[in-house]
Structures are given as structure tokens and as C-alpha cells.
Design a binder for this molecule. Structure first.
Ligand code: ATP
Ligand code: MG
Length: 497
């Protein structure tokens, strides 16, 4: 409650909690202290208006209102105002409701609606294009047939023969265009079979190495073994060629193109934000480039059939639409990450085949070891976890040195001949935390990658992690595939010696 001069005379617990001030810090202060700086100037005017016509109403009707907390953070609020006449003048009672959660739900709802709209649009354009392509294909059949007849009927080398052959060549180009359109508009179940994606990636590697310009560095990362997926090899081939071509186009002055395949577990939280995804185990096929990246508008429309930013004749705008269609047929999804000036990553997620041992789609087991005998220093104060960790890492093909405390890890590291390739440490340990340990270690061994294991509730600020040299945090319980992926990823960061 505030008096006629706008000084706070009464607050309850909820206001203290919402704004982060203690009661004594608020009482007697101008109510403007709770108003964001940009609206502060106008606020006394609004108060004056209210007092000239004091009746219960909501504040700032039609505008988004914010309060500002003691720590400077703004809170979206709704405020109801009620005049309270007393012998010593009119007081104003303000009921403030924090609507942060509601706002967030509204934002999520909007994002989902937008995604649905996009999906429906793709579907509609796909159906339309598919229908046209189908009819057009029949016309092309006629054109090809008659051109062939003319070609056969005319003397070899004659002008008629040449013209007819020209028609044949053009019609053949038309047919391959129609085929591309049909690929994304028609669901093809046919030729899918259980396969590992490594094979196709290796094939593509050779093909691309020969065809990419020399100033594009090609890197291919695939583990020895991957969980199997139901896929059609030719389609996967098409996906990779299209993505690689897009990347090459986005790097006219050279750059780095990386193709990788890795197992990936999609958590429910991620699945809910991406239509077409379900919680479960996937193999992610990724094409990453250091090219131009995409502006927002392009990113939003990239999967639309016929959307292209390329000059006429250079792009038909079907590449990503096709990738999208193929992934939909594979019950998978495509995720696009791109930032203008910072390159692009396209991830194609293929659901893995549920094998009997692994139960509900969970990949706990990776067939072949990922490691090649690299030395891991493992630190955990819990003996049983230390033992389990050591055995898992050894199964993945690493050598392991375990330390039951940060102090013992530091003692090991005092020996200059002890040269681990990776440090994996628990976060919460008595006397010294995993972050402190990492900070001490990376101060002298800057190149040593660190993986931090944290409990469910530990929430460590990004900046603290970065200054400790930690780039990878795994939340316990960690599955063996997460561990395998994290190790491989971190070791790949370490410069080769
Ligand atoms: N790796 C990438 N980096 C930057 N922009 C990209 C990348 N991939 C796609 N794009 C943008 O998305 C648009 C659509 O891509 P898509 O592959 O569907 O069509 P296209 O490459 O233009 O034509 P087509 O693949 O049919 O020859 C491109 O025109 C380009 O603007
Ligand atoms: Mg393309």
C-alpha cells in the first residue's frame, strides 16, 4: 500500500519475496523504486491520474507491466489498484501478481503453434508439388517417347536427329527434377533395412574428397560401431550429398566441412520442443560447416520446397526439403542450427532399432570400444562409483588411473611423467570440489580436457566452468553411451601430439 505521495506504507511477505527487498528497505520509499528505470519518469504522472479519479481498476491496461527486483531483474506483473479512503487521505492498495510462469507458457504455446503451422505448410506444399510432379511426369513420358521415335526415324547426324536428341537430353533433366520432387512429397517405405550408418559415411567420404574444392578441409568422424537403424542406403547417400553441397556452397572461400555420426539419446525435454522426435535412442548424422551461416528468415524457411537464396539455375530449393521428407519417412527428424557468420550444423536423427537386450530403446551398450588406449584420470570420492567408472572406461577401450580424492589426483599429477589424456572428476567431494580440482590442474596443464560429473541438483554457472577449463558436464546417472560420446568428443578437442 502507498500513500497519496507514492510512498510505500505497507508490504506483505509476498512482495518481499517477489522483489527481493526486506520490509525495512521498502517502507517509506517511493513506489517508483519497484518500477523499471525506463518507466520511472512517467510513473508519478500515472499516480496523479489515478488519484484524480480514484476507483478500483487494473494498472496500465493493455500494456505489458514489469516490476524490477533488487538484483535488477525484471519480473512481468499484473497489478490491480484499489483506492482506500481514510481520515488521513486516500491510500492506494496495489495487488501485484508475478506472471512469469504464465508468460513462459504463452511463449511456448506460440512457438508450438508456429512449428505446427510450418509443418502443415511443408505438408501442403509437398502434396501440391507431388501432385503436379506426378502429372508432369506423365507428360514427360510422352515427350521422351515421341522424341525417341523421331530420333530413331531420322538419319544419324541429320539436323532432325540432333534436335530430337536435344529434346531427349532436356526431358531427361526434367525427369530428374521430377524425381527429386517426388522424393520429398511421397512417403517411401520400400527399401529400408537394418544398417549401421558408418558404411554410407565412408563411401561419401571418398566421393567428396574427390569432388570438393581443395580449400575445403574435409573431416569425417565415425566411431567403429554404431547402433543400427532402419534406413535406405540410397536415401542416406542423397541426404549427405545434399547437405555437403549446401555446405560447400556456403564456403566459397574455403573452410571446414565435418561429417560425423554418433549415438545420441534424446531426452523428453528435447523431444517436446521438436515435433517428430520422441524420447529415445537415435543415431545422429551430422554435417557441420564453417560457412556463411543463415539469417533468421532463411533458417525459418530453409526446409520449404523451392525456397532458395541462390540465383536462378543455381539452386532449385529442393535439397533441404528432400532431406526433411526422407527423415520424416525414416520416423526421424532434422535439426538445423545456424548462425549468420558462424556456420551451420544439420543433424539428421535416425531412431535406433530396439534390440532385445537394451529394452526400451535405451542404448546402454556400444559394441566396440571407442577408445584407443588413451589414459584417463578418474576422480571420485565414492569407492563404488570409482570402481564402476573404471570398469566402464576400460570396456570402452581406455586405460584408467583412479584417484579416490582430489588431493591424491594432484599428487599423481605432480609427477611430470604421469601424462593423462583426459580428466574425469566428480563435482561434489569433501575439502575440494571437482571444479576447484579442474581449476588447479588446468592452470598448469592447459590442454588437458576435463569432464565434470554432477549430481541432479548441482547447478554450476557457465562462467565458473569456463574459467576452470571445463567444457563438458555430465549429469549423473550417466549412461555408458553418454560417457563414450563425451570422452570421444573431449579427446577430439585435445590437439594431437
Ligand atoms: N550449409 C548452409 N549454409 C548456409 N546456408 C544454407 C546452408 N544450407 C542451406 N542453406 C540455405 O538454405 C537454402 C535452401 O537450401 P536447399 O538445399 O533446400 O536449396 P538450394 O541449395 O538453394 O537448392 P538445391 O539444393 O535444390 O540445389 C539455400 O538456398 C541457402 O540459402
Ligand atoms: Mg541445396
Amino acid at each position: 500500500m502507498a500513500d497519496a505521495d507514492g510512498r510505500i506504507v505497507l508490504v506483505n511477505r509476498e512482495i518481499e519475496r517477489m522483489f527481493g527487498y526486506g520490509r525495512e528497505e521498502l517502507l517509506g520509499q517511493p513506489i517508483e523504486m519497484l518500477v523499471p528505470m525506463r518507466s520511472r519518469g512517467a510513473h508519478p504522472g500515472f499516480r496523479g491520474e489515478f488519484l484524480r479519479d480514484p476507483r478500483a481498476r487494473s494498472m496500465g491496461a493493455g500494456r505489458d507491466l514489469y516490476g524490477v527486483r533488487k538484483d535488477g531483474v525484471e519480473v512481468p506483473v499484473e497489478i490491480g489498484l484499489t483506492p482506500v479512503p481514510t481520515e488521513s487521505g486516500v491510500f492506494v492498495l496495489g495487488a501485484v501478481v508475478d506472471i512469469t510462469t504464465r508468460r513462459r507458457h504463452e511463449d511456448e504455446q506460440r512457438a508450438l503453434t508456429e512449428q505446427l503451422r510450418q509443418a502443415q505448410k511443408l505438408e501442403a506444399v509437398g502434396t501440391l508439388a507431388g501432385g503436379i510432379a506426378h502429372d508432369f511426369n506423365n507428360l514427360l513420358g510422352g515427350i521422351l517417347g515421341y522424341a525417341e521415335l523421331i530420333s530413331f526415324a531420322s538419319a544419324p547426324g541429320s539436323p532432325t536427329r540432333r534436335d530430337a536428341d536435344e529434346i531427349l537430353a532436356i526431358a531427361a533433366r526434367g525427369r530428374s527434377l521430377v524425381e527429386r520432387i517426388l522424393t520429398f512429397s511421397r512417403r517411401q517405405e520400400a527399401r529400408r533395412q537394418p544398417m549401421e550408418l558408418n558404411g554410407v559415411v565412408t563411401e561419401i567420404h571418398q566421393l567428396l574428397r574427390a569432388s570438393l574444392p581443395a580449400d575445403i578441409e574435409l573431416v569425417v568422424r565415425v566411431p567403429h560401431a554404431l547402433p543400427r537403424v532402419m534406413a535406405d542406403g540410397t536415401s542416406v547417400h542423397q541426404i549427405l550429398m545434399n547437405l555437403a553441397m549446401n555446405s560447400a556452397h556456403a564456403m566459397p572461400r574455403g573452410g571446414r566441412l565435418e561429417i560425423a555420426a554418433q549415438p545420441l539419446y534424446v531426452r523428453d525435454s528435447v523431444a517436446r520442443a521438436n515435433p517428430g522426435l520422441r524420447e529415445g535412442a537415435y543415431v545422429s548424422l551430422e554435417v557441420r560447416d564453417s560457412g556463411t551461416g543463415m539469417p533468421e528468415e532463411t533458417k525459418r524457411r530453409a526446409f520449404e520446397p523451392f525456397f532458395t537464396t541462390k540465383a536462378t539455375g543455381e539452386g532449385t530449393g529442393l535439397g533441404l526439403a528432400m532431406v526433411h521428407g526422407i527423415m520424416r519417412d525414416h520416423q526421424g527428424a532434422v535439426l538445423l542450427e545456424s548462425e549468420l557468420g558462424h556456420g551451420t550444423v544439420v543433424r539428421c536423427l535416425f531412431p535406433t532399432i530396439e534390440s532385445e537386450e537394451s529394452g526400451a530403446g535405451q542404448i546402454e551398450l556400444i559394441d566396440a570400444p571407442e577408445g584407443r588406449g588413451q589414459l584417463v584420470l578418474l576422480v571420485d570420492d565414492e569407492p563404488s562409483l570409482l570402481e564402476v567408472g573404471r570398469r566402464r572406461l576400460e570396456r570402452l577401450g581406455y586405460r584408467v588411473r583412479s584417484a579416490p580424492s582430489p588431493q591424491q589426483a594432484l599428487a599423481l599429477l605432480d609427477d611430470p611423467d604421469f601424462d593423462p589424456d583426459l580428466l574425469i572428476t566428480d563435482f561434489s567431494m569433501p575439502i575440494m570440489s571437482g571444479v576447484e580440482l579442474a581449476t588447479r590442474v588446468t592452470a598448469t596443464r592447459k590442454e588437458l580436457p576435463v569432464i565434470l560429473l554432477t549430481g541432479f541438483i548441482d547447478d554450476i554457472a557457465e562462467t565458473i566452468l569456463a574459467s576452470a577449463g571445463i567444457h563438458q558436464v555430465l549429469r549423473k546417472p550417466v549412461t555408458i553411451s553418454e560417457l563414450a560420446t563425451a570422452c570421444a568428443h573431449e579427446l577430439a578437442r585435445k590437439p594431437a601430439q
